[in-house]
Write a protein that binds this ligand. Sequence first.
Ligand code: SAH
Ligand code: SF4
Length: 356
Amino acid sequence: MVLRRLEETARASREELARLLGADESEEELLFAAADRVRSAAAGDEVHLRALIEFSNHCRRNCLYCGLRRGHAELSRYRLSPAEIIAAAGVAAELGFGTVVLQSGEDQTYTADVLADVSREVKTRWDMAVTLSIGERTESEYARLREAGADRFLLRIETSNPDLYEGLHPDSDWHARLGCLHTLRSLGYQVGSGVMIGLPGQSLEMLADDLLFLRDLDLDMIGVGPFIPHPATPLGGEQGGDLGRSLRFLALLRLLCPRALIPATTALGTLASAGRWEGLRAGADVVMLNVTPSRYRERYDLYPGKVRAGANGTTTRLEAELVIRRLGRRVAAGHGHSRLRGGAGVLLHGQPVGPV
Ligand code: SAH
Ligand code: SF4
């Protein structure tokens, strides 16, 4: 049976994956249970909590699906000052987080030097791991940030299909984005990528290709979630991704990439209040909690319903700890570095490793 082979050998064909992505409820339960067993055996029972700081909603790009696109003229834009970012990281440190994720639109106002100073400050003051999610930059900018101590970088490829990508990104290039992932890996970052599920024109076969593509990138972290239509974007009238398919994708990811760090994303929690916790039962082992100062939160408007899904850092951390314990899991202490390449970065004998 396909599921058993997947669980034992992490192997499946494109056709088998496409079929499992469309599985019905009874088969879905078996899939989630298999992913949960593999997660427990290969990744352990600890859940890693990350503190997310959304420090700017300015963006130079115009991705068709995103509420932060530059064409969304009604959106009120904000920027946190470096001091505000550092203060928010301090709150996260006090709450016990071992990692802070700094995310923004593509906002060139923050030069690599500015973000390098922020990263250095956060690391030296609180010894937290720093993850960046700031979009595409030049190799020298990525290098400067890495030298300042940034440990990880999240950059979703969004879809492994270049044609689908081009249709959604009027001012970006799929190959250039993939090139960024290679550059980040060569610089010694722990690299995360991922896709959206339920994009217009995205078939089950394309999603199966996404699964195999993400596996072949040998990523440290893989974040996936449903596409949620934003009414102020050109895709506002589309259907979007559904919870079941997103959870099946997540479970299959765990079966294909047993040791990856896989978050139960906010977008899952936006589709259904328990979505994130269902993600933890279907293979996920990471939860990101929003610690952005509350007066800015509503304006980081990637998709509707997002703010409701992540209340303030203190409440959600307590709530998350409670649910995690109820699921029979534990909250991890420490940095929660990649299981593939260890905490010293992505260097082995002084050389970057891994095929990305
Ligand atoms: N600007 C950076 C980081 C912020 S956007 C970047 O693009 O890499 C972070 C992620 O939000 C994107 O990678 C995309 O996958 C997701 N996102 C944007 N709009 C979304 C939507 N409408 N529904 C679901 N996810 C969305
Ligand atoms: Fe900007 Fe990222 Fe949104 Fe694209 S997905 S518009 S790059 S914030």
